[in-house]
Design a protein around this ligand. Structure first.
Ligand code: MSP
Length: 511
């Protein structure tokens, strides 16, 4: 049986339109999921929407709609985003589904039965925008006198009865777990941030609210709904069939990777593991916190009017160029800036010039001068060995980089091979071998095709559609595109389809 791999995106709040930040997490997770499938794993890839809580209830009220009708509508726009970004997700979960309410209540009851929940009162600060509680000491005051959370979100003082989770009881175990598992929280700087936070005494966590109704009812106490983060985090279990631990998909637990933005790390690296410990469930293997995108140097905001709909970028540049840009432009984990000039540059230089040209030069030359079939291979020269050295270890290098979520290291290594391929064509000049040394010309072309095949196979997770077309042109059967198939070479004489350009240069309209 194939090994299991479970990867998740955060589930998205349905309080507004999807933007490039949402597309980013989705695409990164999709690349991981697709790569693991290529590498022989049975992958469960989850995304979806987070539909309860005060923030969503307020957004529905502002829109003059009933919360369920409102969340139905906005959740559909996220589902549409997932499709538009080419996601290969296994499920799209919604927290308003019945099965999710059941799972959240079952988790609650398990915690309660084991004595991890008690009724008390919450008195303190709450930011609806972040759906988070803050200590007095963390707050700042705006010029107009409004108290603000460290995220800049306005806070309000809340006094209400509340159930608490005895999170404080798990502090030492959590620290020990993080220390024993150096890869649990990544990148390193984020891990240090969490350990820093854990140097202060962990308080118990308020896990129910009474001021509004839009949430999962607390079992046995209708006056309370669950704190939205408790219900939200449980989605990762719901999708696998929890509380039925005999469900077929339950074998995917624990998650291999929760991908999250840096703003929601604490929920995933402190609250979630302690809740799981209390419930007696295994902990996720890794939580990776990525950075945030700004737009042409500015924070994205409705008031600045610079929120970009990723679907518009797809119409302008194509999906694969967008996917490539987002993962190539900045190291995962760092913040990034989206700029139109930057995406055009990546598209024209790396996709059109480097990769597109390497394929086009090679394949159109084969079509015109080598009978349109896989050319004959020859004994390797020093130059051939030098070129092949760039691809021989590439699958392992890319796999290792992706296990660290170092997407741009993986792409950088692939581009070293692509550029070496272009250098090799220039230097070997197959056009001048055509008359004088036709067999050597064939060997040169065959090697280039073998290089392109490795490159295109490894790039499939990043650019599924264009690499599927490139592999078609390279004569690779649909069932021979995984990493294991790289060991088998295409026989000389195999007919190759008529090539056509894959990455046209992007030219700005003169208007
Ligand atoms: N609903 C919670 C997550 C619950 S997971 C159990 C939530 N939703 S969100 O819609 O506000 O954010 C979803 C993800 O989008 C987060 O990982 C967040 O970091 C990410 N991003 C939101 N804006 C972003 C950018 N400008 N850039 C990159 N990612 C951004 O939080």
């Amino acid at each position: 049986m194939k090994p299991a791999y479970y990867i998740t995106t955060p589930i998205f709040y349905v309080n507004g339109a999807p933007h490039i930040g949402h597309a980013y997490t989705m695409i990164a997770a999709d690349v991981m999921a697709r790569f693991k499938r290529l590498d022989g794993y049975d992958v469960f890839f989850l995304t979806g929407t987070d539909e309860h809580g005060q923030k969503v209830e307020k957004a529905a009220q502002d829109a003059g709609q009933d919360p369920q009708a409102f969340t139905d509508q906005i959740s559909a726009t996220f589902l549409d985003l997932a499709r538009a970004m080419g996601l290969s997700n296994t499920q799209f979960i919604r927290t308003t589904e019945e099965r999710h309410k059941r799972a959240s209540q079952a988790l609650w009851q398990r915690l309660q039965a084991d004595g991890h929940i008690y009724l008390g009162g919450y008195e303190g600060w709450y930011a609806i925008r972040d759906e988070a509680f803050y200590d007095e000491g963390e707050l700042t005051v705006s010029p107009s006198g409004q108290k603000l959370a460290p995220t800049g979100a306005p806070v309000e003082f809340v006094t209400e009865p509340s159930y608490f989770f005895r999170m404080s009881a798990f502090q030492e175990r959590l620290i020990a777990y993080i220390e024993a598992n150096p890869d649990f929280i990544a990148p390193q700087a984020r891990r240090n941030e969490v350990l820093g936070f854990l140097r202060n005494k962990l308080t118990d966590l308020s896990i129910s609210r009474t001021g509004f109704r839009w949430g999962v009812p607390v079992p046995g106490d209708d006056a309370h709904v669950m704190y939205v983060w408790l219900d939200a985090l449980t989605n990762y279990l719901t999708a696998l069939g929890y509380p039925d631990e005999t469900a077929p998909d339950w074998r995917f637990w624990p998650a291999d990777l929760h991908l999250v933005g840096k703003d929601i790390l604490r929920f995933h690296a402190v609250y979630w593991p302690t809740l799981l410990m209390a419930a007696g469930l295994p902990l996720p293997k890794r939580v990776y916190a990525h950075g945030w995108w700004t737009i042409e140097g500015e924070k994205m905001s409705k008031s600045l009017g610079n929120v970009i709909d990723p679907r518009e970028l797809v119409s302008a540049f194509g999906l694969d160029a967008l996917r490539f840009f987002l993962l190539r432009e900045v190291p995962f984990g760092n913040d990034g800036d989206y700029g139109r000039a930057a995406i055009v540059r990546r598209l024209n230089i790396e996709l059109a010039n480097d990769l597109g040209n390497l394929a086009q030069r090679t394949l159109s030359f084969v079509a015109k001068n080598a009978g349109g079939v896989m050319p004959g291979r020859g004994a390797a020269t020093t130059a051939d060995t030098a070129l092949w050295a760039h691809v021989a270890n590439l699958p392992g290098i890319v796999a290792a980089a992706l296990d660290r979520q170092a997407f741009n290291d993986a792409l950088a290594a692939i581009w070293v091979a692509v550029r070496a391929g272009n250098g090799y064509i220039d230097q070997q000049a197959p056009w001048s071998l055509r008359k004088t040394a036709p067999e050597r010309m064939e060997a040169v072309l065959a090697l280039l095709i073998d290089v392109l095949r490795v490159v295109a196979t490894l790039l499939q997770p990043f650019m599924p559609d264009s690499m599927s077309r490139m592999l078609d042109q390279l004569g690779i059967a649909a069932d021979a595109r995984d990493l294991a198939s790289l060991a088998m070479s295409v026989p000389s004489g195999t007919a190759l389809p008529q090539p056509s350009g894959i990455f046209p240069r992007f030219v700005e309209d003169a208007a």
